[in-house]
Write a protein that binds this ligand. Structure first.
Ligand SMILES: Nc1ncnc2c1ncn2[C@@H]1O[C@H](COP(=O)(O)OP(=O)(O)OP(=O)(O)O)[C@@H](O)[C@H]1O
Ligand SMILES: [Mg+2]
Length: 357
């Protein structure tokens, strides 16, 4: 069961009435790669997937598999496996019959079908559930059957549209890892749609962040997280503090809100250029206010709120720079009670500067 096709999406456009659902999307997915389309509701993710699957016709643009256009190939001949968000098993068929359905349409013999179904059931660890109907399966099991059904066809590309979003948090995490493990083992080229940034960061080789029908940035999870190309990406993927600033000289910026200077080191930006500084909550360090006075790079702040996140605690800080979010190890948060005064410093290497739109 392997399929390692390269998938290319070129200049894709699709308009629904006034809505440009897909507004010029170019993407290249390498053979065996797991690429996620990540974006808010309505950003065009499903439409891209449906066009790739052949369920929707684009207004213009092309889909290529291994360099050849499949634009005129009907959906059932595209050799793509699809798993949807909603449970989509045929309710009057058993698990095994669901998996064998597509194989039967391909004219496979009974014996071959049984073999393929066994293989697929084993892959999703449901060999003992072959005779059950959908209503006798949990949500997670139903999605595993849907995955087995898609994989039994030995597709060259696997398309998944929010396959985990109807499941509870724990099953979601578990199945997410299982999907990734199976995908890696089979080396199957995969396009995965999600609006869940944490899921996309955890599961993908690369992520394409979409909004309003366009791809805003493509990169590895680490690139998307640490070097977002726009404040949209920075704010959609993870949490970020966003501060307006201007360039003071060839090493430093000053924040609009307070005039506080921050030395970033050498840069080639023109003096007085208006910028936005993006700083992740982990890029802000906190020290208790007592003692270390006199250092101009430290900013006084008061703690307004604690949000316990497990290993870290997120602090909401009132400061001359504005309201900031900072993450500290939860063990340290105990000594930083609500209302207490602290000093914060911004880690210059964690500041990302973008032109102000
Ligand atoms: N068949 C259709 N007819 C009219 N408008 C449509 C149709 N399908 C999608 N749209 C519109 O196109 C836009 C993109 O929809 P799409 O389903 O691709 O978004 P999405 O990113 O998958 O969102 P979600 O995360 O909510 O699933 C939306 O504004 C949607 O309302
Ligand atoms: Mg969708």
């Amino acid at each position: 069961m392997t399929g390692s096709a390269g998938l290319m999406i070129a200049a894709l456009r699709k308009q629904f009435g006034e809505t440009a659902a897909v507004d010029g999307v170019d993407l290249e997915i390498k053979p065996g790669e797991f690429l996620s389309l990540l974006g808010p509701s309505g950003s065009g993710k499903t439409t891209v997937l449906r066009i790739v699957a052949g369920f929707e016709e684009p207004d213009s643009g092309s889909v290529l598999v291994n360099g050849s256009s499949i634009d005129n190939t009907p959906a059932h001949k595209r050799n793509m496996g699809m798993v949807f968000q909603a449970y989509s098993l045929f309710p009057t068929m058993t698990t095994r019959q669901n998996i064998e359905f597509g194989l039967r349409l391909r004219g496979m013999s009974k014996r071959e079908r049984a073999d393929k179904a066994n293989e697929a059931l084993e892959l999703v660890r449901l060999s003992s559930h072959g005779d059950r109907y959908a209503h006798q399966l949990s949500g997670g099991e139903q999605q595993r059957v849907a995955l087995a059904r898609a994989l039994a066809l030995e597709p060259s590309v696997l398309l998944l549209d929010e396959p985990l979003s109807a499941l509870d948090a724990k099953v979601r995490l578990h199945l997410r890892d299982e999907i990734r493990a199976i995908q890696s083992r089979l080396g199957i080229t995969t396009l995965y749609v999600t609006h869940d940034q944490e899921e996309a960061l955890a599961i993908s080789d690369r992520i394409a962040v979409m909004s309003t029908g366009r791809v805003q940035q493509v990169g590895t999870p680490a690139e998307i997280y640490s070097a977002p190309a726009s404040s949209f990406v920075a704010e959609f993927v993870g949490t970020t503090n966003r501060l307006d600033c201007r360039v003071c000289d060839d090493e430093a910026i000053a924040f609009d809100s307070s005039g506080t200077r921050l030395v970033l080191g050498r840069h080639a930006l023109q003096k007085d250029t208006l910028m936005v500084a993006l700083i992740r909550p982990e890029g802000i360090s906190i020290t208790p206010a007592n003692g270390s006075g006199g250092d101009e790079s430290l900013v006084a702040a008061a703690i307004r709120r604690h949000t316990f996140l497990g290993a870290t605690t997120r602090l909401e800080l009132e400061s001359p720079l504005g309201v900031l979010l900072a993450d500290v190890p939860s063990a340290n948060a105990v000594s930083l009670p609500l209302g207490s005064e602290v000093l914060l410093s911004l880690d210059a290497s964690a500041v990302r500067l973008l032109p102000r739109p």
